[in-house]
Design a protein around this ligand. Structure first.
Ligand code: AN0
Ligand code: CP
Length: 318
């Protein structure tokens, strides 16, 4: 594998899931693979899970790890060409990227959607500049449109907990006070569609995702109806995708919060969320604390997904 930015960089999903099982059973089996190799993790946006789990995964592979928070101590960066840089940004990303590339063997990048331009976000401008100018294998730690390490961990978790061969999976929008990217929802739909499971996406009118991510999923505007018979409820907020509302919070309809009445409509479904989650906005205390909530093992599987991907990238270097 040369780079990892989406499911399209994977040849076989089944093969990756099998590799995840191996890594989970024996996490230190490849301790020699990454010896004397350095991973540089670049964060343009905050993180708890991605930062820790990716670092842990790299350590399990014997790598050295350097972490840079662009907004805490690094120079503010201009990302556009042609700008007269007489403002508050002393550095240009076009020098910063090859410099960062010269210090490491692999780069992980977190750079969320900026919501300034849908076109720039959906072209993955920042991530692609890293691929183009760093000279090193690059992987996404959540970019503008996708969060593939999260979704790989989600799918590993679903495989571990599913009680039927073809579970019904519901991706439900839930309210949130701030505009969040579509990345987690996009990736989730993309991977569940690729796996071939029944996927129902439910959200209020106006929060439709891009067609390329909806794929074969059913869109259901009635949340109660969507929940009927579900085996997994995956809650997530996202802002509007469609023009002219791209990146906007249209409303915060609290009736969409996942509560025990709605969970009772399901087939004793497991509750999932990528975290961080705002309690009593997205999900009630009792649902996230219930035995059916698998958010903690889901987050734990982030080490596994990162380790499988970093291993594939290391094998690509050798
Ligand atoms: C981010 C998002 O929704 O994309 C990261 C989730 C993993 N969430 C927040 O910013 C709260
Ligand atoms: N789920 C996830 O990516 O969490 P962080 O934003 O804390 O990394």
């Amino acid at each position: 594998m040369k780079h990892f930015t989406s499911i399209h960089d994977i040849i076989s999903l089944e093969d990756m899931l099998a590799k995840a099982k191996q890594v989970k059973a024996n996490p230190l089996a490849d301790l020699e693979l990454g010896r004397n190799k350095t991973l540089l993790m670049i964060f343009f946006d905050s993180s708890l899970r991605t930062r820790l789990s990716t670092q842990k995964a790299a350590l399990n592979l014997g790598m050295n790890v350097i972490v840079l928070d662009i907004n805490q101590g690094a120079w503010k960066m201009e990302t556009e060409r042609g700008v007269v840089m007489n403002g508050d940004k002393p550095e240009h990303i076009l020098e910063a990227i090859p410099v960062m590339g010269s210090y490491c063997d692999m780069i992980g990048v977190r750079s969320f959607a900026k919501f300034e331009s849908k076109e720039a976000d959906y072209k993955e401008k920042i991530l692609n500049q890293f691929i183009q100018y760093s000279g090193k294998p690059v992987f996404s730690m959540e970019a503008a449109t996708r969060h593939p390490l999260q979704t790989f961990a989600d799918l590993i978790t679903i495989e571990e907990y599913k009680r039927t061969e073809n579970p019904k999976i519901v991706l439900t929008w839930a309210p949130h006070p701030k505009a969040l990217p579509q990345a987690v929802a996009n990736s989730f739909a993309e991977w569940i569609n690729a796996k071939g499971y029944e996927l129902v996406i439910t959200h209020p009118q106006g929060y439709e995702l891009a067609e390329e991510f909806i794929g074969n999923a059913t869109v259901e505007y009635d949340q109660d109806k969507a929940f009927e018979g579900a085996d997994f409820i995956y809650a997530k907020n996202w802002s509007a995708y469609r023009d002219p509302n791209y990146g906007k919070v249209l409303h915060m309809d609290h009736s969409w919060c996942v509560d025990s009445r709605k969970m009772a409509l399901t087939n004793d479904a497991y509750f999932m969320h990528c975290l961080p989650v705002r309690r009593n906005m997205i999900v009630t205390d009792d649902v996230i604390e219930s035995p059916n909530s698998i958010v903690i093992p889901q987050a734990a599987n982030r080490v596994v997904s990162a380790q499988v991907i970093i291993k594939e990238l290391l094998l690509g270097i050798k």
